[in-house]
Design a protein around this ligand. Structure first.
Ligand code: NAD
Length: 285
């Protein structure tokens, strides 16, 4: 078997068409466009890549994008005061804080100061709580992207066995709840699972496998269950190439569906962010 590629770029393109049309119609009704304000504290090469992609995506969709760059020496207090100003600013539909933040700034505290209605990354405790309750307006964008890719296969999810490797707050933990809300039997593996040496056992039973670790090809192709859906969230630079967390070539021979890296989860993550900005704007006007 050779797996069908889940091309995030293609799925994102369809969703973007809808977002663009919606932005256009909102603009006609309200005379204004949704706006995403991004706060960056200090300069960072990794966040520069994300900012460029967010700006390009926003512009293509008719969403305004404003980058506020704060000095690297910015204190936690002044970052929070900036966030509070944006909470009150009617022109800002969504707020996003770029990572990494300098040492001494508590990310959770920063996130929890964004008003939930403008928390388009879905990281405010209130929004995360709604993910648990199954009625979230905003859930973390990467988890949403992985879920969208899984649903794009058209496979009936009810009762399926899923294994997620990685229990971060942006991917593994919220995705486990999104899957659970669809009655998927979900196992979450993490560093301790890896250290115990039992990752292959878990992976072998996964009808849906999501890997979000950040270690090149940590999941071997011959662990993959025949016919599985494989979502590879990991992005790792190996020499001049980007590779995922799954040994792609071998996994492709066993899976039914698999995401490429790059071009899988990434393009959908930024699309989910844009969709959230438009939803936020709609609630606000
Ligand atoms: P993280 O560092 O916050 O979490 C890593 C997770 O992997 C943790 O749960 C940890 O316990 C687990 N882990 C580490 N070593 C392990 C091992 N040996 N065995 C099993 N589990 C192990 O990572 P994150 O922020 O969730 O990101 C994970 C990867 O996904 C990174 O490569 C990141 O670049 C990528 N990512 C991609 C997107 C996208 O849009 N494509 C978005 C976010 C993150």
């Amino acid at each position: 078997m050779s797996a069908q590629l889940l091309k995030g770029r293609d799925i994102a393109a369809k969703i973007k068409e809808d977002i663009k049309a919606e932005v256009e119609s909102l603009k006609q009704k309200t005379g204004k466009s949704p706006k995403l304000v991004s706060i960056q504290v200090g300069e960072n090469a990794a966040s520069a890549v994300y900012i460029k992609s967010q700006k390009k995506n926003a512009e293509n969709l008719g969403i305004e994008y404003e980058l506020k760059t704060l000095d690297a020496g910015t204190t936690e207090e002044s970052l929070i005061s900036e966030i509070k100003k944006l909470n009150q600013d009617k022109s800002a539909s969504g707020i996003i804080v770029q990572l990494p933040l300098p040492k001494g700034i508590d990310l959770r505290l920063a996130m929890s100061n964004i008003t939930p209605g403008k928390d388009v990354e879905g990281m405010h405790p209130e929004n995360l709580g709604h993910v648990l309750l199954g009625d979230a307006k905003f859930s973390p964008c990467t988890a949403q992207a992985a879920m969208t890719l899984i649903e794009s296969t058209g496979v009936k999810l009810y009762g399926k066995e899923a294994v997620i490797i990685g229990h971060s707050e942006i991917v593994g933990k919220p995705l486990s709840l999104l899957l659970l809300n669809k009655f998927v039997t979900t196992t979450v593996c993490h560093i301790a699972t890896g250290e115990r040496g039992v990752l292959p056992e878990h992976v072998k039973k996964a009808e849906i496998l999501v890997v979000a670790v950040g270690r090149a090809e940590i999941v071997k192709g011959d662990w993959i269950k025949e016919g599985a859906i494989v979502i590879d969230v990991g992005i790792n630079r190996v020499g001049d190439k980007l590779v995922g967390d799954v040994e792609f070539e071998k996994a492709q021979e066993r899976a039914a569906f698999i995401t490429p890296v790059p071009g899988g989860v990434g393009p959908l993550t930024v699309t989910m962010l844009m969709r959230n900005v438009v939803s936020a704007y709609k609630e606000q006007v």
